[in-house]
Write a protein that binds this ligand. Structure first.
Ligand code: GDP
Length: 505
């Protein structure tokens, strides 16, 4: 259960001096070679060096590891938890309308008088005492962003198909996403209040895309609803709970807290993040680590903006007090205490910074190399002209399109991702946009220098630019596209790309 510093250094194949130095940086005071670390600290340190710690005897006072998968007999004894649902479907088929309807029956609306705030998810209490948690951002990109980061938070996908429009391209896309993520699906055939509604046509079309509806001999439930009148919504909720029971969604409220960050943002009160609890019970005072940041929870707020005492599995809550901004998709784990949380977050930060630095250096070297090549070609051409030779300037043909580089910064991870998504899609065979880096927070001096070196631009979405950064940008001739409206950003980038194509005079 205990290991000396020297032995741990040996096990990690590190020089003892370096290792001791590292531990001191992490706040372990006065480390001698025979300083004894407990299993918890040793394990954490080992993990940060990419070793998987193996614990023998475990005294569990809420350490930072995801709870071991429980035995089936133990799992069966755990209480049921609310399922987490994402609504997907083609544009204008009624996702938002259905979510709005659900929201009007949410805990926030019914118990707290409807003072709702957007935190990324809300829970709906049902007549039978159960609850369903809906993720508040409909659509595929939020789902995919989370999944790309390894956060499979969705238990059930509700696929909305308008009965007057049937299966459309994004319907097919949603089916693919759900299937790729292995998430079971329920179909909500929407807009059945419309005279043009053709329910059977929808079911047949779905069958053609491999979705076999129950009354057509398959096993996918299809519920007919109207987001407008609310018709069928209770049946949809019932179908969700029935499927959740079948899938046997349970979790241990007594376990150490684990969860996912759904959204992060900065408010007047500081940095907050919505945490969807996967297991354990989140309370005031809990120390949490998410990615490279940590918090000791000061208060928990639900989707009504009301402070709550505690939140169990399957429910999302806004958590405050983060030292840095957590990012959507970060895994949240409970730490034993504040000190453990800080040392883990420090180790992780260092690792990320090292990796980022290496990537930045690569990008900078690459752009310097291109610049040097270009200059060399120019000089050779000039020399040729000076020598009276016929200048046979080889057209500097770079493989592929011309590239305009951007560094994207913004207030919350959601908006940064949205900007990155919409910009990456821009361009054509001749010119295209490249994202050098992206991140949450205002542009920094480093961002400016990096952009200058890469002859790129900065996109700033909804943060205020520090004066010294703005000044540096001006000095270095780096353009900052500053906006808080996505389509403006897209327009500006488009303009820059087409400028690049204009023949130079
Ligand atoms: P989304 O793009 O999938 O989020 O679709 P919206 O929820 O924004 O709905 C698109 C349009 O369809 C809006 O004008 C809604 O008022 C309308 N709509 C949504 N659900 C229904 C419904 O059940 N019946 C009718 N008649 N209109 C609906």
């Amino acid at each position: 259960e205990y290991i000396s510093v020297a032995n741990l250094a040996g096990a990690l194949r590190l020089r003892v001096e370096d290792f001791v130095h590292k531990l001191e940086e992490l706040g372990f005071e006065d480390v001698q070679n025979d300083h004894i670390l407990n299993a918890e600290h040793a394990g954490l340190i080992a993990q940060e060096y990419n070793f998987e710690p193996v614990f023998q005897a475990e005294e569990d006072d809420g350490d930072l590891y995801p709870a071991p998968a429980v035995e089936p007999e133990v799992y069966a004894e755990l209480p049921a938890r609310p399922p987490v649902v994402t609504i997907m479907g083609h544009v204008d088929h009624g996702k938002t309308t259905i979510l709005d309807y659900m929201r009007s029956t949410s805990v926030a609306a019914t118990e707290f008088g409807g003072i709702t705030q957007h935190i990324g998810a809300f829970s709906v209490p049902l007549a039978n005492g159960k609850k369903i948690t809906f993720l508040d951002t409909p659509g595929h990109s939020a789902f995919e962003t989370m999944r790309a980061r390894g956060a499979n938070v969705t238990d059930i996908v509700v696929l909305v198909v308008a009965a007057d429009d049937s299966v459309m391209p994004q319907t097919v896309e949603a089916i693919k996403h759900a299937q790729a993520a292995n998430v079971p699906m329920i179909v909500a055939i929407n807009k059945i209040d419309k005279p043009q509604a053709d329910i059977d046509a929808v079911k047949l079309d779905l069958g053609r895309h491999g979705i076999e509806i129950e009354d057509f001999g398959g096993d996918v439930q299809a519920i007919c609803v109207s987001g407008k009148t609310g018709q069928g919504i209770p049946e949809l909720e019932e179908a969700i709970t029935t499927l959740s029971e079948m899938l046997d969604h349970r979790a241990d409220p007594q376990a150490a807290v684990e969860g996912w960050v759904l959204e992060g943002t900065t408010k007047k009160s500081g940095r907050v993040a919505t945490v969807l609890v996967r297991s354990g019970t989140l309370r005031q005072g809990t120390a949490l680590v998410a990615g490279t940041t940590w918090t000791r929870v000061r208060s928990l707020r639900n989707e009504a903006g009301v402070v709550v005492e505690e939140v169990g599995p399957g429910v999302a809550v806004e958590v405050d007090g983060w030292r840095d901004q957590p990012i959507a998709g970060d895994e949240v784990l409970q730490a034993a205490h504040e000190q453990q949380a800080t040392s883990v977050s420090n180790l992780r930060t260092e690792k990320v910074e090292r990796e980022q630095m290496a990537r930045d250096m690569d990008a900078i070297n690459e752009s310097r190399r291109l610049e040097a090549d270009r200059r060399e070609a120019e000089e050779a051409a000039e020399k040729a002209v000076a020598n009276g030779e016929e200048a046979v300037v080889e057209e500097t043909k770079v493989a592929g399109p011309e590239v305009v580089s951007f560094i994207v910064k913004g207030d919350v991870s959601g908006s940064v991702e949205a900007v990155v998504d919409s910009i990456s899609a821009l361009g054509n065979g001749e010119v295209s946009a490249r994202i050098l880096r992206h991140g949450v927070g205002p542009p920094s001096e480093f961002d400016i220098s990096h952009a200058a070196d890469a002859q790129g631009h900065i996109i700033n979405f909804n943060t205020s630019i520090p004066n010294h950064v703005a000044k540096l940008a001006e000095e270095k001739g780096v353009k900052i596209l500053d906006s808080n409206i996505i389509y403006r950003v897209v327009e500006n980038v488009r303009d820059l790309l087409s400028e690049k194509l204009k023949p130079k005079v």
